[in-house]
Ligand binder design. Sequence first.
Ligand code: SAH
Length: 399
Amino acid sequence: MNEGLSFPRRRESNHTIVMDSRLRGNDEMANVMSPQKTPLVDKLRQRIDEDGPLTVADWMQACLADPDHGYYMTRDPFGRRGDFTTAPEISQMFGELLGLWAAVVWQQMGSPGAFRLVEIGPGRGTLMADALRATASVPGFAGALNVHMVETSPVLQASQQKTLAGAASPVSWHRDFSEVPDGPVILLANEFLDALPARQVIRHQGAWHERRIDLKEDAFVFVIGEAVDEQAIPASLREAESGSIFEVSDAVRDVTAAISARLSQSGGAALLIDYGHATSGLGDTLQALKGHGFADPLAYPGEQDLTVHVDFDAAGRSASAAGARVWGPLAQGDLLERLGIAARAVALLAGADKSQAQDIATARRRLVDTDAMGRLFKAMALTHPDAPAPPGFETVSWA
Ligand code: SAH
Protein backbone atom coordinates (compact mmCIF):
# COMPACT_ATOMS: atom_id res chain seq x y z
CA MET A 1 0.00 0.00 0.00
CA ASN A 2 2.90 2.22 -0.66
CA GLU A 3 0.88 4.21 -3.16
CA GLY A 4 1.85 7.82 -2.86
CA LEU A 5 2.59 7.84 0.84
CA SER A 6 3.77 11.27 1.91
CA PHE A 7 2.34 12.87 -1.21
CA PRO A 8 2.01 16.62 -0.70
CA ARG A 9 -1.70 16.43 -1.10
CA ARG A 10 -2.63 20.05 -1.30
CA ARG A 11 -0.94 22.84 -3.24
CA GLU A 12 -1.72 26.31 -4.41
CA SER A 13 -3.18 26.31 -7.88
CA ASN A 14 -0.30 28.05 -9.58
CA HIS A 15 2.46 26.19 -7.81
CA THR A 16 4.13 23.29 -9.53
CA ILE A 17 2.92 20.00 -8.17
CA VAL A 18 5.85 18.22 -6.61
CA MET A 19 5.61 14.56 -5.87
CA ASP A 20 7.32 12.81 -3.05
CA SER A 21 6.28 9.22 -2.87
CA ARG A 22 8.98 8.07 -0.47
CA LEU A 23 7.85 6.38 2.65
CA ARG A 24 9.04 8.73 5.29
CA GLY A 25 10.82 6.49 7.76
CA ASN A 26 11.96 6.92 11.30
CA ASP A 27 15.46 7.87 10.28
CA GLU A 28 14.10 11.16 9.00
CA MET A 29 12.69 11.69 12.46
CA ALA A 30 16.19 11.48 13.84
CA ASN A 31 16.61 15.18 13.28
CA VAL A 32 13.85 15.97 15.75
CA MET A 33 14.93 19.29 17.11
CA SER A 34 14.13 20.58 20.50
CA PRO A 35 10.50 21.59 20.58
CA GLN A 36 9.87 25.10 19.41
CA LYS A 37 8.29 27.45 21.85
CA THR A 38 4.71 27.18 20.75
CA PRO A 39 2.02 27.81 23.40
CA LEU A 40 1.07 24.16 23.26
CA VAL A 41 4.57 22.90 24.10
CA ASP A 42 4.30 23.66 27.81
CA LYS A 43 0.88 22.06 28.01
CA LEU A 44 2.12 18.88 26.30
CA ARG A 45 5.25 18.82 28.44
CA GLN A 46 3.15 19.01 31.59
CA ARG A 47 0.80 16.29 30.37
CA ILE A 48 3.69 13.93 29.64
CA ASP A 49 5.22 14.72 33.05
CA GLU A 50 1.97 13.88 34.79
CA ASP A 51 0.54 11.03 32.72
CA GLY A 52 3.48 9.60 30.78
CA PRO A 53 4.06 9.42 27.02
CA LEU A 54 1.13 10.27 24.71
CA THR A 55 -0.37 8.04 22.05
CA VAL A 56 -0.11 9.35 18.48
CA ALA A 57 -3.90 9.89 18.58
CA ASP A 58 -3.56 12.01 21.76
CA TRP A 59 -0.81 13.99 20.05
CA MET A 60 -2.89 14.62 16.91
CA GLN A 61 -5.95 15.51 18.96
CA ALA A 62 -4.01 18.05 21.04
CA CYS A 63 -2.14 19.56 18.09
CA LEU A 64 -5.23 19.91 15.89
CA ALA A 65 -8.07 20.44 18.33
CA ASP A 66 -6.79 21.81 21.64
CA PRO A 67 -9.49 24.40 22.43
CA ASP A 68 -6.97 27.20 22.97
CA HIS A 69 -4.00 26.32 20.80
CA GLY A 70 -5.14 23.61 18.35
CA TYR A 71 -4.18 24.14 14.72
CA TYR A 72 -7.72 24.27 13.32
CA MET A 73 -9.11 26.12 16.31
CA THR A 74 -6.92 29.15 15.85
CA ARG A 75 -6.53 29.82 12.14
CA ASP A 76 -7.64 29.52 8.54
CA PRO A 77 -4.93 27.23 7.18
CA PHE A 78 -5.89 27.28 3.50
CA GLY A 79 -4.52 28.97 0.43
CA ARG A 80 -1.26 30.45 -0.70
CA ARG A 81 -0.48 32.15 2.60
CA GLY A 82 -1.57 29.11 4.59
CA ASP A 83 -0.17 25.62 4.73
CA PHE A 84 -2.13 23.72 2.09
CA THR A 85 -4.85 23.92 -0.53
CA THR A 86 -7.77 21.54 -0.92
CA ALA A 87 -9.81 20.48 -3.96
CA PRO A 88 -12.69 22.96 -3.45
CA GLU A 89 -10.14 25.76 -3.10
CA ILE A 90 -8.44 24.65 -6.33
CA SER A 91 -11.54 24.91 -8.47
CA GLN A 92 -15.25 25.67 -8.27
CA MET A 93 -15.80 22.59 -10.47
CA PHE A 94 -15.23 20.32 -7.46
CA GLY A 95 -18.06 21.68 -5.31
CA GLU A 96 -20.33 22.09 -8.32
CA LEU A 97 -20.00 18.45 -9.33
CA LEU A 98 -20.50 17.28 -5.73
CA GLY A 99 -23.61 19.46 -5.53
CA LEU A 100 -24.98 17.81 -8.67
CA TRP A 101 -24.13 14.42 -7.17
CA ALA A 102 -26.27 15.37 -4.16
CA ALA A 103 -29.13 16.51 -6.41
CA VAL A 104 -29.18 13.21 -8.32
CA VAL A 105 -29.10 11.27 -5.04
CA TRP A 106 -32.06 13.37 -3.87
CA GLN A 107 -33.96 12.46 -7.03
CA GLN A 108 -33.07 8.78 -6.50
CA MET A 109 -34.55 9.10 -3.00
CA GLY A 110 -37.84 10.20 -4.59
CA SER A 111 -37.23 13.94 -4.21
CA PRO A 112 -38.32 14.21 -0.55
CA GLY A 113 -39.83 17.58 0.33
CA ALA A 114 -37.43 18.06 3.24
CA PHE A 115 -33.93 16.74 3.87
CA ARG A 116 -30.65 17.75 5.53
CA LEU A 117 -27.72 18.68 3.29
CA VAL A 118 -24.83 18.11 5.70
CA GLU A 119 -21.15 18.89 5.35
CA ILE A 120 -18.62 17.79 7.96
CA GLY A 121 -15.33 19.66 8.21
CA PRO A 122 -16.30 22.35 5.70
CA GLY A 123 -13.15 24.52 5.83
CA ARG A 124 -14.02 27.91 4.34
CA GLY A 125 -17.48 26.80 3.15
CA THR A 126 -16.38 26.98 -0.48
CA LEU A 127 -17.58 23.50 -1.43
CA MET A 128 -21.06 24.14 -0.02
CA ALA A 129 -21.34 27.54 -1.72
CA ASP A 130 -20.37 26.03 -5.09
CA ALA A 131 -22.73 23.09 -4.55
CA LEU A 132 -25.68 25.37 -3.73
CA ARG A 133 -25.01 27.61 -6.72
CA ALA A 134 -24.72 24.67 -9.12
CA THR A 135 -27.99 23.13 -7.94
CA ALA A 136 -30.06 26.32 -7.74
CA SER A 137 -31.85 25.44 -10.98
CA VAL A 138 -32.70 21.83 -10.03
CA PRO A 139 -36.49 22.06 -9.55
CA GLY A 140 -37.52 21.60 -5.93
CA PHE A 141 -34.03 20.91 -4.59
CA ALA A 142 -33.15 24.24 -2.95
CA GLY A 143 -36.63 24.47 -1.41
CA ALA A 144 -36.34 21.01 0.15
CA LEU A 145 -32.99 21.36 1.84
CA ASN A 146 -31.70 22.65 5.12
CA VAL A 147 -27.92 23.07 5.22
CA HIS A 148 -26.13 21.74 8.31
CA MET A 149 -22.45 22.55 8.71
CA VAL A 150 -20.59 20.41 11.26
CA GLU A 151 -17.47 22.29 12.33
CA THR A 152 -15.46 22.39 15.57
CA SER A 153 -13.32 25.41 14.76
CA PRO A 154 -14.78 28.81 15.71
CA VAL A 155 -12.45 30.54 13.24
CA LEU A 156 -13.59 28.38 10.33
CA GLN A 157 -17.22 28.57 11.41
CA ALA A 158 -16.97 32.35 11.09
CA SER A 159 -15.39 31.99 7.67
CA GLN A 160 -18.19 29.62 6.56
CA GLN A 161 -20.82 32.06 7.82
CA LYS A 162 -19.32 34.73 5.61
CA THR A 163 -19.13 32.47 2.57
CA LEU A 164 -22.75 31.32 2.96
CA ALA A 165 -24.23 34.67 3.96
CA GLY A 166 -26.28 34.87 0.75
CA ALA A 167 -27.50 31.25 0.74
CA ALA A 168 -31.11 30.81 -0.38
CA SER A 169 -31.68 27.88 2.02
CA PRO A 170 -31.50 27.96 5.84
CA VAL A 171 -28.03 27.15 7.22
CA SER A 172 -27.16 26.05 10.75
CA TRP A 173 -23.94 25.06 12.47
CA HIS A 174 -23.13 22.19 14.83
CA ARG A 175 -20.06 20.95 16.58
CA ASP A 176 -20.88 17.28 16.14
CA PHE A 177 -22.79 15.18 13.59
CA SER A 178 -25.05 13.82 16.36
CA GLU A 179 -26.54 17.33 16.71
CA VAL A 180 -27.98 17.32 13.17
CA PRO A 181 -31.78 17.00 13.62
CA ASP A 182 -33.71 13.92 12.42
CA GLY A 183 -34.65 13.36 8.81
CA PRO A 184 -33.07 12.09 5.60
CA VAL A 185 -29.49 13.19 5.07
CA ILE A 186 -27.23 13.82 2.11
CA LEU A 187 -23.75 14.33 3.48
CA LEU A 188 -20.51 15.56 1.94
CA ALA A 189 -17.06 15.52 3.56
CA ASN A 190 -13.81 16.39 1.81
CA GLU A 191 -10.53 15.97 3.67
CA PHE A 192 -12.32 15.60 6.98
CA LEU A 193 -11.42 12.01 7.90
CA ASP A 194 -7.67 12.60 7.47
CA ALA A 195 -7.77 15.25 10.20
CA LEU A 196 -9.16 12.85 12.78
CA PRO A 197 -6.73 11.36 15.27
CA ALA A 198 -5.26 7.91 14.69
CA ARG A 199 -3.16 5.69 16.94
CA GLN A 200 -0.09 3.96 15.62
CA VAL A 201 0.97 0.51 16.74
CA ILE A 202 4.45 -0.79 16.02
CA ARG A 203 5.80 -4.33 15.72
CA HIS A 204 8.59 -4.89 18.21
CA GLN A 205 10.17 -8.12 19.44
CA GLY A 206 7.42 -10.33 18.09
CA ALA A 207 4.51 -8.30 19.51
CA TRP A 208 2.52 -5.17 18.67
CA HIS A 209 3.08 -2.13 20.88
CA GLU A 210 1.51 1.29 21.19
CA ARG A 211 3.71 3.93 19.53
CA ARG A 212 3.97 6.86 21.92
CA ILE A 213 5.51 10.30 22.12
CA ASP A 214 7.79 11.16 25.03
CA LEU A 215 10.05 14.02 26.02
CA LYS A 216 13.76 13.19 26.04
CA GLU A 217 16.39 15.81 26.72
CA ASP A 218 13.89 18.51 25.89
CA ALA A 219 12.85 17.01 22.54
CA PHE A 220 9.65 15.20 21.63
CA VAL A 221 10.53 11.72 20.36
CA PHE A 222 8.72 8.55 19.37
CA VAL A 223 9.04 5.68 21.84
CA ILE A 224 7.72 2.14 21.97
CA GLY A 225 4.99 1.82 24.58
CA GLU A 226 3.10 -1.08 26.11
CA ALA A 227 2.11 -4.23 24.22
CA VAL A 228 -1.42 -4.01 22.79
CA ASP A 229 -4.20 -6.38 21.84
CA GLU A 230 -3.67 -7.30 18.18
CA GLN A 231 -7.40 -7.66 17.45
CA ALA A 232 -7.42 -4.27 15.72
CA ILE A 233 -4.81 -5.44 13.19
CA PRO A 234 -6.02 -7.48 10.19
CA ALA A 235 -4.93 -11.12 10.61
CA SER A 236 -2.89 -11.06 7.38
CA LEU A 237 -0.71 -8.24 8.72
CA ARG A 238 -0.10 -9.45 12.27
CA GLU A 239 3.17 -11.27 11.61
CA ALA A 240 4.82 -8.20 10.06
CA GLU A 241 8.55 -7.59 10.37
CA SER A 242 9.95 -5.65 13.27
CA GLY A 243 9.47 -1.89 13.01
CA SER A 244 6.28 -2.15 10.91
CA ILE A 245 3.59 0.36 11.78
CA PHE A 246 -0.19 -0.02 11.56
CA GLU A 247 -2.57 2.89 12.02
CA VAL A 248 -5.93 2.63 13.78
CA SER A 249 -8.40 5.49 13.90
CA ASP A 250 -11.17 5.02 16.44
CA ALA A 251 -12.47 8.46 15.48
CA VAL A 252 -12.89 7.49 11.80
CA ARG A 253 -14.57 4.26 12.88
CA ASP A 254 -16.98 6.10 15.18
CA VAL A 255 -17.98 8.85 12.76
CA THR A 256 -18.51 6.47 9.81
CA ALA A 257 -20.62 4.27 12.10
CA ALA A 258 -22.68 7.26 13.27
CA ILE A 259 -23.29 8.45 9.70
CA SER A 260 -24.19 4.93 8.57
CA ALA A 261 -26.62 4.35 11.44
CA ARG A 262 -28.34 7.58 10.50
CA LEU A 263 -28.54 6.68 6.79
CA SER A 264 -29.93 3.24 7.46
CA GLN A 265 -32.51 4.69 9.84
CA SER A 266 -33.61 7.87 8.02
CA GLY A 267 -32.44 7.35 4.44
CA GLY A 268 -29.93 9.23 2.35
CA ALA A 269 -26.32 8.99 1.27
CA ALA A 270 -22.85 10.23 2.17
CA LEU A 271 -19.85 10.99 -0.03
CA LEU A 272 -16.51 10.86 1.77
CA ILE A 273 -13.47 12.05 -0.20
CA ASP A 274 -9.99 11.89 1.18
CA TYR A 275 -6.52 10.66 0.51
CA GLY A 276 -5.74 7.20 1.63
CA HIS A 277 -5.61 3.54 0.76
CA ALA A 278 -8.36 1.20 -0.39
CA THR A 279 -6.95 -1.81 1.47
CA SER A 280 -5.66 -1.82 5.04
CA GLY A 281 -1.88 -1.95 5.02
CA LEU A 282 1.27 -1.27 6.95
CA GLY A 283 3.02 2.09 6.92
CA ASP A 284 3.65 5.34 8.75
CA THR A 285 1.53 8.01 7.05
CA LEU A 286 1.58 10.61 9.81
CA GLN A 287 2.35 13.77 7.89
CA ALA A 288 2.85 17.40 8.81
CA LEU A 289 2.48 20.27 6.35
CA LYS A 290 3.65 23.78 6.99
CA GLY A 291 3.88 26.51 4.36
CA HIS A 292 3.10 24.00 1.57
CA GLY A 293 6.03 21.74 2.49
CA PHE A 294 6.54 18.66 4.60
CA ALA A 295 7.52 19.22 8.20
CA ASP A 296 8.48 17.11 11.19
CA PRO A 297 5.21 15.92 12.81
CA LEU A 298 6.69 16.39 16.27
CA ALA A 299 7.78 19.98 15.69
CA TYR A 300 5.69 23.13 16.06
CA PRO A 301 2.79 21.53 17.98
CA GLY A 302 -0.43 23.34 17.09
CA GLU A 303 1.18 25.35 14.32
CA GLN A 304 1.19 22.92 11.42
CA ASP A 305 -1.28 20.59 9.79
CA LEU A 306 -1.13 16.95 10.86
CA THR A 307 -2.88 14.11 9.04
CA VAL A 308 -2.83 10.40 8.45
CA HIS A 309 -3.98 8.65 5.29
CA VAL A 310 -7.47 7.26 5.56
CA ASP A 311 -7.83 3.48 5.74
CA PHE A 312 -10.95 3.15 3.56
CA ASP A 313 -11.03 -0.57 4.23
CA ALA A 314 -11.51 0.06 7.96
CA ALA A 315 -13.99 2.91 7.31
CA GLY A 316 -16.01 0.67 4.99
CA ARG A 317 -16.10 -2.17 7.51
CA SER A 318 -17.35 0.10 10.26
CA ALA A 319 -19.98 1.67 7.95
CA SER A 320 -21.18 -1.70 6.79
CA ALA A 321 -21.40 -3.05 10.36
CA ALA A 322 -23.51 0.00 11.27
CA GLY A 323 -26.06 -0.81 8.58
CA ALA A 324 -25.13 1.27 5.53
CA ARG A 325 -24.40 0.01 2.05
CA VAL A 326 -20.85 0.87 1.04
CA TRP A 327 -19.77 1.89 -2.48
CA GLY A 328 -16.19 2.22 -3.72
CA PRO A 329 -13.70 3.52 -2.89
CA LEU A 330 -13.21 4.98 -6.30
CA ALA A 331 -10.30 7.16 -7.42
CA GLN A 332 -11.21 10.86 -7.21
CA GLY A 333 -10.18 11.30 -10.84
CA ASP A 334 -12.57 8.57 -11.96
CA LEU A 335 -15.43 9.98 -9.91
CA LEU A 336 -14.98 13.50 -11.29
CA GLU A 337 -14.74 12.16 -14.87
CA ARG A 338 -17.94 10.17 -14.38
CA LEU A 339 -19.70 13.19 -12.91
CA GLY A 340 -18.80 15.19 -16.01
CA ILE A 341 -15.81 17.38 -15.18
CA ALA A 342 -14.87 17.49 -18.87
CA ALA A 343 -18.21 19.00 -19.85
CA ARG A 344 -18.14 21.37 -16.89
CA ALA A 345 -14.67 22.60 -17.88
CA VAL A 346 -15.81 23.17 -21.46
CA ALA A 347 -18.79 25.18 -20.20
CA LEU A 348 -16.53 27.34 -18.04
CA LEU A 349 -14.04 27.81 -20.88
CA ALA A 350 -16.75 29.39 -23.01
CA GLY A 351 -16.75 32.48 -20.80
CA ALA A 352 -13.05 32.53 -19.91
CA ASP A 353 -10.21 34.78 -21.06
CA LYS A 354 -6.82 33.29 -21.90
CA SER A 355 -5.41 33.24 -18.39
CA GLN A 356 -8.65 31.96 -16.87
CA ALA A 357 -8.71 29.24 -19.52
CA GLN A 358 -5.26 28.17 -18.47
CA ASP A 359 -6.33 28.10 -14.79
CA ILE A 360 -9.33 25.92 -15.61
CA ALA A 361 -7.19 23.45 -17.55
CA THR A 362 -4.56 23.34 -14.80
CA ALA A 363 -7.17 22.86 -12.07
CA ARG A 364 -8.84 20.06 -13.96
CA ARG A 365 -5.52 18.25 -14.38
CA ARG A 366 -4.69 18.67 -10.69
CA LEU A 367 -8.00 17.24 -9.57
CA VAL A 368 -8.08 14.35 -12.03
CA ASP A 369 -4.61 13.29 -13.16
CA THR A 370 -3.24 10.13 -11.59
CA ASP A 371 0.09 11.78 -10.80
CA ALA A 372 -1.66 14.70 -9.06
CA MET A 373 -4.74 14.22 -6.84
CA GLY A 374 -6.64 11.88 -9.15
CA ARG A 375 -5.58 8.54 -7.74
CA LEU A 376 -4.30 9.05 -4.20
CA PHE A 377 -7.56 10.79 -3.33
CA LYS A 378 -10.48 8.40 -3.16
CA ALA A 379 -14.22 8.65 -2.82
CA MET A 380 -16.38 6.28 -0.82
CA ALA A 381 -20.17 6.50 -0.81
CA LEU A 382 -22.48 5.21 1.92
CA THR A 383 -26.20 4.78 1.38
CA HIS A 384 -29.34 3.37 2.89
CA PRO A 385 -29.06 -0.41 2.39
CA ASP A 386 -31.85 -0.50 -0.22
CA ALA A 387 -30.69 2.50 -2.25
CA PRO A 388 -29.49 2.21 -5.84
CA ALA A 389 -25.90 3.03 -6.78
CA PRO A 390 -25.24 6.73 -6.32
CA PRO A 391 -23.88 8.62 -9.37
CA GLY A 392 -20.39 7.49 -10.32
CA PHE A 393 -20.52 4.33 -8.22
CA GLU A 394 -22.56 2.15 -10.59
CA THR A 395 -19.76 -0.38 -11.07
CA VAL A 396 -18.10 -0.30 -7.69
CA SER A 397 -20.18 -1.96 -5.02
CA TRP A 398 -18.04 -2.71 -1.98
CA ALA A 399 -16.97 -6.28 -1.32
N1 SAH B 1 -13.47 20.29 3.60
C1 SAH B 1 -12.63 21.46 3.59
C2 SAH B 1 -11.65 21.54 4.76
C3 SAH B 1 -10.75 20.36 5.02
S1 SAH B 1 -9.69 20.63 6.42
C4 SAH B 1 -11.91 21.57 2.26
O1 SAH B 1 -11.89 20.59 1.52
O2 SAH B 1 -11.37 22.63 1.97
C5 SAH B 1 -10.52 19.80 7.75
C6 SAH B 1 -11.77 20.48 8.24
O3 SAH B 1 -12.33 19.64 9.27
C7 SAH B 1 -11.60 21.83 8.89
O4 SAH B 1 -12.74 22.60 8.59
C8 SAH B 1 -11.53 21.48 10.38
O5 SAH B 1 -11.79 22.57 11.23
C9 SAH B 1 -12.60 20.42 10.43
N2 SAH B 1 -12.57 19.50 11.57
C10 SAH B 1 -11.51 18.90 12.13
N3 SAH B 1 -11.89 18.06 13.12
C11 SAH B 1 -13.24 18.12 13.17
C12 SAH B 1 -14.25 17.47 13.96
N4 SAH B 1 -13.94 16.58 14.90
N5 SAH B 1 -15.55 17.78 13.73
C13 SAH B 1 -15.89 18.65 12.75
N6 SAH B 1 -14.98 19.30 11.97
C14 SAH B 1 -13.68 19.04 12.18
